[in-house]
Design a protein around this ligand. Structure first.
Ligand code: SF4
Length: 378
């Protein structure tokens, strides 16, 4: 049994599961102390404009309300002029991050999408993302892309126009890909595929965001195993800048519309475990729009970051859950002894570390940081 407040370090999964049996208040107190030591009393967020380039996706995840097929109601692919228009609006609203988020490799499945891209002069989604990244940089925004599974060659291209990339591991459980489970019809959710991409991002020294999705049928052991896997990847390459503990929220018109959502205390329990399993320098995040009334509990459980919050675009992945108002959030945090501060989509420590930032982006990052610090946020 772990008795100190140090991160779990070499303690094995079984011992972590014993730790997880402790009263949740004790677990959270341990996690808080680790957070306080590593991150202090500042809680950060990234002011972002969210650009869902396309909601076409070759996978089917049982909980997803974002995905569409061609000709299905609600399907979209953003035109280049729409992308540029939203980037401009984001810049006007003092956003710093341009988040490009989209379904998995739609060109591999949908001919109409391939034709659309070709008509705009792009050979692939990555080609389009490269253009979009350059446009964002031209608007003084810093791109962060989560485009599903990318190859090493794709990520090499995107590193030159992105300050960081992301891919949720979600789960390291092959069981969730079996018939009747949430990822059975989502080949890109096979853990080995995702682990390979996160590993290759590490080889390329790309500051990386990943995380777990809880409440999709996984066991406590499987949650813990996923967190250990993320820790292993980070220890191999040192590139995991932040980990998200995302709680499942049910959406109408999905297979899981009636499924139970994890209660707040369970989210807090998992956040605390994540804080204790992961190395302390990894930023730990939980989305405030999915935990509207429970931000103080998540802070008590050891988060130091609230992720991207947009003044102008919704959370397209969870459209029924609007971002909290920044002033209100700041007041709630202040009452608990914390301050709210903006951050870049690349954490400061990765700006300093050799090779983690494409040198062509360094001046943009320095300028974005200066601008962010001059802006009055709340
Ligand atoms: S969660 Fe992602 S991979 Fe799964 S169906 Fe939705 S967009 Fe596709």
């Amino acid at each position: 049994m772990q008795t100190s407040i140090e991160p779990i370090g070499s303690v094995e999964i079984q011992e972590t599961l014993e730790l997880a049996d402790e009263p949740v208040e004790l677990l959270m107190a341990r996690a808080r102390q680790v957070r306080d030591c590593a991150w202090g009393t500042t809680i950060t967020f990234s002011p972002k404009v969210f650009l869902p380039l396309t909601n076409l996706c070759k996978n089917f995840c049982d909980y997803c309300s974002f995905r569409r097929s061609p000709k299905q109601a609600g399907m979209w692919t953003m035109r280049p002029d729409e992308v540029d228009d939203w980037l401009l609006r984001g810049r006007q609203q003092h956003c710093v991050e341009a988040l490009f988020c989209l379904g998995d490799k739609p060109e591999s499945t949908f001919e109409s999408y391939r034709d659309l891209l070709a008509g705009w002069g792009f050979s692939s989604t990555v080609d389009y993302l490269g253009w979009a990244g350059r446009q964002a940089l031209g608007r003084d925004l810093l791109p962060h892309t989560n485009a599903g599974i990318l190859s090493l060659a794709d990520m090499t291209v995107l590193k030159s126009v992105n300050v960081s990339l992301g891919l949720m591991l979600e789960s390291a459980s092959d069981r969730l890909c079996e018939p009747g489970q949430v990822h059975h019809h989502a080949p890109d959710k096979r853990p080995a595929v995702r682990i390979q991409m996160i590993d290759e991002a590490g080889q390329l020294k790309i500051p990386f965001t990943t995380g777990i999705l809880i409440g999709i049928g996984e066991t406590l052991r499987e949650r813990v195993e996923a967190l250990f896997e993320i820790r292993r990847l980070h220890r191999a390459h040192g590139h995991i800048q932040e980990v998200i503990v995302q709680n499942f929220r049910a959406h109408v018109s999905t297979q899981m519309a009636a499924a139970m959502e994890p209660p707040a205390v369970e989210v807090g329990h998992t956040v605390a475990l994540a804080r204790l399993i992961l190395d302390p320098e990894i930023s730990l995040q939980a989305p405030p729009n999915l935990n509207h009334d429970d931000v103080p509990l998540l802070v008590d459980a050891g988060i130091n970051d609230l992720g991207g919050i947009s003044p102008l675009t919704p959370d397209y992945i969870n459209p029924g859950h609007p971002w909290p108002h920044l002033q209100k959030l700041a007041s709630v945090l202040y009452a608990g002894g914390f301050s709210l501060r903006p951050r870049l989509p690349i954490y400061d420590s990765y700006v300093e570390r050799p090779d983690f930032l494409d040198e062509g982006l360094r001046d943009r990052v320095i300028a974005a940081k200066a601008r962010m610090q001059e802006t009055r946020w709340s």
